[in-house]
Design a binder for this molecule. Structure first.
Ligand code: AMP
Ligand code: MG
Length: 345
């Protein structure tokens, strides 16, 4: 096919398939000089950009560098210079951190309390024992697990104006919120620019940006490949995050173990869910709540979502779907092997 024809088709329908959700921009696209599409690896995941408007490429570069800084200076547990690494190295004492990390630590502690411990940002040590996403992923030794879990269960995060304290024996892990926070940081860069619309996806979290714009976000089939969607959420500007058991996992002795942990047992959550997709204007909340709701299960999640003004779509192992109040009208099912059970609740 000729090059200009390919470009024309791309201008009609841009499909961004990422690890967890596929995003299709339904709005009309402007000329290619004002378009920037690209992807890179940051925060141990794929970050994809689709930016339309003045200086689109420069804005894309600025977004990349903002997310890179967020990772290296603030959130990463693997960069020794990050605030989180310093907090972890100083467990048991107050440790100075940048204002974003102090605020995130406080917000995580609040969600931990509101979810009655289902959301636990102190499970870093437990996750490390499992080694999800590494070559050495395996079922941890029971005693090691019990030590790391007890420390996380018994303690809480404390914050003051510029410091964070975590309990001895625990490791602060922003793995459940970092990608959503990256969406919030990306939005700040976009707001300082003249771009009209953008879709920035950071692993399983997507920022939909642009006043008056319409977007269709594909919800991945948790039982299929990464390009396979069960339907689309038609939305205006907001954030969407998905947590799923298909994401980081390994199989040992015929059983598959995934990366979302039940803080009561230290083992992967075992319930009737395959994935939870949360829609919230706040990227942090969309990401944090998708993880929390996966752990809590559908019934206990409804009140928590309402208290944060967020909406969600739950996909169950029996191929049923439940959608919380106000989001049903935004969802179009395309795979009729799945069934929407309740509509609104
Ligand atoms: P997500 O993909 O956003 O659901 O985040 C999953 C990540 O959050 C894991 O890879 C862990 O780093 C971390 N995590 C696992 N279990 C929990 C939990 N119960 N509460 C908070 N964070 C968790
Ligand atoms: Mg999350």
């Amino acid at each position: 096919m000729e090059k200009h024809k390919i470009k024309k088709i791309a201008a009609v329908c841009v499909c961004l398939c990422v690890a967890v959700v596929a995003v299709i921009i339904a709005a009309d696209l402007v000329s290619s000089a004002r378009e920037y599409q690209g992807s890179t690896t940051l925060m141990n995941t794929v970050v994809s950009f689709n930016i339309g408007g003045k200086d689109a490429k420069n804005v894309g570069t600025a977004v990349t560098s903002r997310i890179g800084k967020l990772e290296n200076a603030s959130l990463s547990r693997y960069s020794a210079a990050s605030a989180v690494s310093r907090v972890n190295a100083n467990a048991g004492t107050f440790c100075e951190a940048d204002s974003l990390v102090v605020s995130l630590a406080g917000r995580c502690a609040e969600l931990s309390e509101k979810s009655e411990g289902a959301f636990s940002p102190l499970l870093g040590g437990v996750s490390d024992l499992w080694g999800f996403g590494t070559q050495n992923a395996s079922i941890p030794d029971n005693e090691d697990l019990s030590i790391a879990l007890t420390a996380a269960k018994d303690g809480t995060i404390e914050t003051n104006s510029n410091s964070v304290k975590i309990p001895n024996g625990t490791l602060l892990d922003f793995g459940a919120v970092g990608k959503g926070v990256a969406c919030d940081e990306a939005r700040k860069v976009l707001e300082e620019s003249d771009v009209e619309r953008a879709v920035i996806s950071v692993g399983g979290s997507v920022l939909l940006y642009g006043e008056g714009q319409s977007f269709s976000v594909g919800v991945r089939n948790p039982l299929g490949s990464s390009n396979d969607c069960i339907g689309t959420l038609n939305l205006s500007e907001t954030c969407v995050s998905t947590s799923g058991s298909y994401e980081r996992n390994f199989t040992q002795d015929g059983k598959t173990y995934h990366h979302i942990l039940d803080p009561k047992t230290g083992y992967p959550v075992e319930n009737n869910l395959l994935s939870v997709t949360v829609v919230s204007d706040d990227g942090f909340l969309s990401d944090a709540l998708s993880t929390a709701c996966f752990v809590l299960g559908y019934e206990k999640s409804v009140g928590l979502l309402e208290s944060y003004g967020a909406k969600a779509l739950f996909v169950f192992k029996d191929k049923n779907i439940r959608i919380t109040k106000g989001l049903s009208e935004n969802f179009e099912l395309s795979d009729d092997s799945f069934t929407i059970l309740n509509g609104d609740i």
